[in-house]
Design a protein around this ligand. Structure first.
Ligand code: ZN
Length: 448
């Protein structure tokens, strides 16, 4: 069963994330030929900057040493075609930017069909689809074509015209910090280096834009929120190299990717496996039929950099279908029809609920720890007609057992999530009980 809708179940979770608005961002960004450097990623960052206030774009020069890596040369592509010797174009990058292997070096010349074959990539099992291939760190050239297109290349010779350039330039990335009351940060990391692929990168860019906007325009928050839009791998490495001080403030983090298809969500745990972010994800995904939690492994998206042993940050990865496991992955079928407005909105709401939990979760200290406090005198104990609830807030009944659990576990060691898990009560009910008890002067939230 596919279930796309997911309610906002945590009070204070950011609202927003309208389905059509999310899909519209993806639609507008789809045609751009992004790569890990160059004009496409800059256009994408510029689009993001038009929708988020205080968005900063950084440029890091080619050759800059970032840990064990170097920022690569910048890649520019003007055209790329395979033509018949009579000049007729048969494969054209202008029709589909997946046709050219990313980071292809320039090449002009006539080649035999046998030589051309060595530079072609196709998918025998999926004959209609064009694959997405990159060659960032080995110089060469290549074309990606469907099996049908490949089969139609029957002439003895073809003219290749690849007008690209690899030259010293910059790697560009963008970020925005939405400051809260505390300097502690929640990091959202979004790769934006894939060309016309919708689920694998545009879905998460669209969701991150709307989350940042909702946080900027919503009520003041306890935590600070940082969104980084970076090229995959080298961008995360570069950002980490440039932000050693920021890293110390990261309390929770999420890599976002593949969030627009209709499969149930997948959460990949951080290397720590039991960080609060892992537990918030597990709590929420337990309420989504078919959702799965998968353990950390040092492969996949940029969590492998954030979770490298020198950092070991509490950063997990949220997806719908997991990278590499769906038929459309890294092919021309990962298009705007594959991602749906409803699925995008459902993913948005998972993250919004996680933010609600990050904001609310705290440990409590009882101000009346010796035996139970007398709740009746404080208007917190009422048994009417067998309903064991208390009207602490008008219209918001608080379950009596939840109050007792919160009071009992207000020992400075248990978080609200610990209390929810141990009592089996909803996190939102524990939040409401904690607020009522705080108002009655029976508990206080501990500073972090
Ligand atoms: Zn990818």
């Amino acid at each position: 069963m596919t279930l796309c809708a997911f309610p906002l179940i945590i009070p204070g979770a950011p609202t927003g994330g309208k389905p059509d608005q999310l899909h519209d961002h993806a639609r507008r960004l789809f045609p751009i030929c992004r790569s890990i450097t160059g004009e496409g990623i800059r256009q994408t960052l510029s689009y993001i900057g038009q929708h988020i206030a205080n968005f900063h774009i950084h440029h890091v020069g080619s050759g800059t040493q970032v840990f064990d890596w170097q920022v690569p040369l910048e890649w520019a592509v003007r055209k790329a075609r395979i033509c018949r010797t009579n000049g007729e174009t048969v494969i054209d990058f202008a029709h589909c930017n997946l046709h050219l292997v990313q980071y292809s070096a320039p090449f002009q010349g006539r080649v035999t069909r046998a030589v051309l074959e060595q530079h072609l990539h196709s998918l025998p099992e999926q004959p209609d689809l064009i694959p997405y291939r990159t060659s960032y760190y080995t110089e060469g050239w290549g074309f990606c074509v469907s099996e049908h297109q490949r089969a139609a290349l029957t002439e003895p010779e073809y003219d290749i015209d690849i007008d690209t350039e690899l030259r010293p330039g910059v790697l560009s990335y963008g970020e925005v910090l939405v400051p809260g009351d505390q300097p502690d940060e929640v990091l959202f990391s979004i790769h934006c280096c894939h060309p016309s692929l919708a689920n694998d990168n545009l879905s998460s860019i669209a969701i991150a834009i709307e989350l940042a906007r909702a946080l900027q325009s919503g009520p003041a928050r306890r935590l600070s929120y940082r969104f980084v839009f970076i090229p995959g791998t080298i961008g995360a490495i570069t950002w980490l190299a440039m932000n050693r001080d920021t890293v110390e403030r990261i309390r929770h983090g999420l890599v976002l990717s593949c969030l627009g298809d209709e499969a149930p969500p997948t959460y990949k745990q951080s290397r720590r496996t039991n960080a609060p972010v892992d537990r918030y994800a597990a709590y929420l995904l337990a309420r989504w039929p078919g959702a799965q939690i998968v353990p950390f492994e040092p492969y996949g998206y940029d969590e492998r950099q954030y979770c490298s042993p020198g950092f070991n940050l509490p950063v997990g990865c949220l997806m719908r279908s997991r990278n590499g496991t769906f038929a459309q992955y890294h092919t021309s079928a990962d298009n705007l029809d594959f991602i749906t407005p409803a699925a995008l909105a459902g993913s948005y709401r998972i993250i919004a609920n996680m933010i609600g939990m990050m904001e609310a979760d705290t440990t409590l200290t009882s101000l009346n720890p010796f035996c139970e406090p007398q709740l009746g005198r404080r208007g917190l104990y009422k048994v009417i007609g067998g309903t064991n609830t208390t009207d602490a807030e008008p219209g918001h009944a608080i379950d009596q057992m939840t109050l007792l659990w919160v009071l009992n576990l207000a020992d400075g060691a248990h978080s609200l999530l610990d209390i929810a898990e141990r009592s089996g009560k909803p996190f939102a009910a524990v939040m409401a009980a904690a607020q009522a008890l705080d108002k009655a002067g029976l508990v206080r939230a501990n500073p972090d």
